[in-house]
Design a protein around this ligand. Structure first.
Ligand code: NAD
Length: 262
């Protein structure tokens, strides 16, 4: 199917869009004629400028996703300046690779606040404007850590929570024409993996695709879920992991067995 036939919302808000995958989603949407609201605690100007320099339209929003009043202010800014909002990507997230008994209470609280409370505040804040805009699509960036057991309790619980929160919101917001789906990346090459070379190297042995994911491979799925090519998808979990969840276990067992199936 040719790309020009795909339709996207006129205005999309992306959190954590100053860097990493969020910045990639923002640039891809900007290149497709979408006005991108680039939100982050970090400086959004470089991403906004790069979208404008490429001929697109974007605005920067200082938004800490844990701050519910700041969400309300951001949505009001968008209502005033753009008059509509058809998409939200809850992408902002942090990872702390700490084992269960090594996880301080403050880390637990911080990870849950950013990765789970943030999307909750966000969906509540945008729902009214999306309804007034004729409906929309919300994409929550969870993780495979929100689908399987993962050693780090705060990250895993936050992403499992986001998986459930997405399904809950999908049911409630359907009457306003708002779809909600979750995306579950495996290991993707961004700054989030900085300082974990040993972990990443060891993980590669469980990935049938035998490599990390590229940010643009996650962007493709986000674009699909925001577009009119997914109008009957809501409450779905989309795993994008090179086969890690579905086949990682036997991939590793077969490799360890060295091809000996006896
Ligand atoms: P990243 O660290 O490169 O970017 C995260 C962005 O979120 C940064 O720009 C940061 O400033 C922003 N951010 C952090 N706290 C914030 C807050 N309170 N409010 C607003 N913005 C905040 O990470 P990434 O790899 O691009 O990850 C994007 C999303 O994908 C995250 O939710 C992450 O959990 C998820 N994810 C990543 C991987 C991976 O392997 N990289 C795998 C699965 C899921």
């Amino acid at each position: 199917m040719s790309e020009e036939l795909v339709r996207y919302p006129g205005v999309v808000l992306i959190t954590g869009a100053a860097s990493g995958m969020g910045a990639g989603h923002a640039r891809a949407l900007g290149a497709r004629g979408v006005h991108v609201c680039v939100a982050d605690v970090a400086d959004t100007a470089p991403v906004v400028d790069s979208i404008r320099d490429a001929g697109g339209s974007a605005s920067g929003h200082a938004l800490d996703v844990t701050d519910a009043p700041a969400w309300a202010r951001t949505v009001e800014e968008i209502r005033t300046a753009q008059g509509e909002l058809g998409g939200l990507v809850n992408n902002a997230g942090i990872s702390r690779r700490l084992e269960f008994l090594d996880t301080p209470d403050e880390v637990w609280d911080q990870v849950l606040r950013i990765n789970l409370s943030g999307p909750f505040y966000g969906m509540k804040a945008v729902a009214g404007l999306m309804r007034d805009s004729g409906g929309g699509s919300i994409v929550n960036i969870s993780s495979i850590s929100g689908q399987i057991g993962y050693f780090s309790p705060a990250y895993s619980s936050s992403k499992w929570g986001l998986t459930g929160l997405s399904k809950s919101a999908a049911g409630s917001l359907a009457e306003w024409g708002i779809r909600v789906n979750s995306v579950h990346p495996g290991l993707v090459d961004t700054a989030l993996l900085d300082g974990s070379d040993t972990f990443v190297q060891a993980a590669l042995g469980s990935i049938p695709a035998a490599r990390l994911g590229r940010p643009d491979e996650i962007t493709d799925v986000v674009l699909h879920l925001l577009s009119d090519r997914s109008t009957y998808m809501t409450g779905s979990e989309v795993t994008v992991d090179g086969g890690l969840v579905s086949n990682g276990l036997y991939h590793r067992i077969l490799a360890d067995a060295g091809g000996d199936l006896s």
